[in-house]
Design a protein around this ligand. Structure first.
Ligand SMILES: *Cc1c(COP(=O)(O)O)cnc(C)c1O
Length: 406
């Protein structure tokens, strides 16, 4: 069975994890701090906080901005539920909008239509590793400034809608040569096991505010406290001689990264551009070359208008099929010992959100993308031979199902 996206676990990763275990410090400490600094250097943003998931990072930033009851957060209907669930956690209202047919990303014109006086945050999602059109989104939040109603000091200071990117897929992607993390106010990365760069579980908040508005280093310190119970000293600081006393300055959360995770992240980051991305690009190029001659397939976009993907997913679409046919094709592919996936089951179609009154059919392009989409395996250890096997399985399965329905 060809798996969908197993993590890359080699001796280098194992040795660094063992070194972290034997170092005498396994929770947040020197490795996490070093990983944060290296992410900031890599992405070109202003300050970075690592934590235990992207989900926690997104929620913490919504709370930092004071998002709560009565507020609206705009996000794409075509995303993983994490993006929407954190809005619910804060008591605010998710406002789903439709996506583009081309790159699967949030439609800027749909965002524009959805903005009201209650809009506090826009959460674009860099689907499959392709960055959203941040140039247009950043411009838009500037032009609708006069509509924005600030209800606390942080919101007054920014004076506009916050652009909080769900960059769970897009670490290492870029626009006009600038890496994600540096493309809008705040970007949140995921280092979950299936993501391009993995720390088993993990995430990072990349802060990138204009220094004239916010001191990013100050926000970083504030977030350190917020993500560790509101404690004014972290565990490492408390081990310093005589430094045992601490205060709780707020009822904070608990979502810090461990140094064991950071050990994995440091190894992965070191070889990310020179090795990981080279391999992933090779895989998607090979898929493209094998699939592009077949009229039935709609190939994904990996580059457009200065934006460049980090090849997280290979979201293939099949032209003119129904949801049932897609499901049958997937079953056929699985029966040929190849794992495939669908990104995503649109959030407004999930029972929890349906019960809240959302209707997935209100998002036409989302629905059309979803019913025709099959994600093919992309992972570091995938061989060329396996890519050929996947393509053969996909073509045979499409043949079989389309013939059946002909
Ligand atoms: C994986 C994922 C997340 C959540 O990441 P975690 O680190 O698991 O919290 C959020 N958004 C999208 C689009 C994802 O794919």
């Amino acid at each position: 069975m060809i798996p969908f996206s197993p993590p890359r676990i080699d001796d280098k990763i194992c040795n660094e994890v063992v070194a972290a275990l034997k170092s005498g410090w396994i929770t947040t400490g020197p490795r996490t701090k070093s990983f944060e600094k290296k992410i900031t250097q890599y992405c070109g943003n202003k300050a970075t906080l690592c934590l235990n998931s992207a989900t926690a990072g997104l929620e913490i930033m919504l709370r930092w901005y004071g998002v709560g009851e009565g507020d609206e957060v705009i996000l794409p209907a075509y995303t993983y539920s994490a993006t929407a669930n954190v809005v619910i956690h804060c008591g605010a209202t998710p406002v789903f909008v439709d996506v583009n047919a081309g790159d699967f990303n949030i439609s800027v014109s749909e965002i524009e239509k959805a903005i009201t006086a209650k809009t506090k945050v826009i959460m674009p999602v860099d689907f499959g590793g392709m960055p959203c059109d941040y140039k247009s989104i950043n411009k838009l939040v500037g032009t609708v400034k006069n509509k924005f109603v600030a209800t606390n000091d942080v919101q007054k200071k920014l004076g506009r809608i916050l652009v909080l990117s769900d960059s769970a897929h897009s670490f290492g992607a870029s626009a006009d040569g600038h890496k994600t993390g540096s493309l809008c106010d705040v970007s949140v990365f995921s280092f979950h096991a299936v993501k391009n760069l993995s720390t088993a579980e993990g995430g990072a908040i990349a802060l990138n505010f204009e220094e004239s508005v916010f001191n990013n280093e100050d926000i970083y310190k504030e977030l350190c406290v917020k993500t560790l119970h509101g404690q004014n000293k972290d565990a490492l600081a408390k081990t310093q001689k005589g430094n045992w006393k601490y205060d709780i300055v707020e009822a904070g959360y608990k979502c810090n990264m461990t140094d064991i995770s950071a050990a994995m992240g440091l190894v992965e980051l070191e070889r990310y551009d020179s090795d990981t991305l080279v391999k992933r690009k090779h895989i998607v190029d090979l898929y493209n070359s094998l699939l592009k001659t077949d009229e039935r397939f709609q190939l994904p976009l990996f580059e457009e208008g200065g934006r460049k993907s980090c090849y997280h997913l290979y979201p293939l679409r099949i032209k003119g099929i129904t949801e049932e046919q897609r499901d049958e094709i997937m079953q056929e592919i699985f029966s040929r010992d190849v794992s495939v996936n669908v990104h995503f089951m649109p959030v407004p179609g999930m029972s929890f959100y349906r019960k809240m009154g959302y209707n997935v059919l209100d998002y036409k392009t989302t629905w059309d993308n979803f019913i025709r989409e099959i994600s093919l395996p992309v992972f570091y250890d995938l061989t060329d031979e396996q890519v050929h096997t996947v393509v053969r399985a996909v073509k045979e399965s499409v043949d079989a199902i389309l013939l059946k329905h002909a």
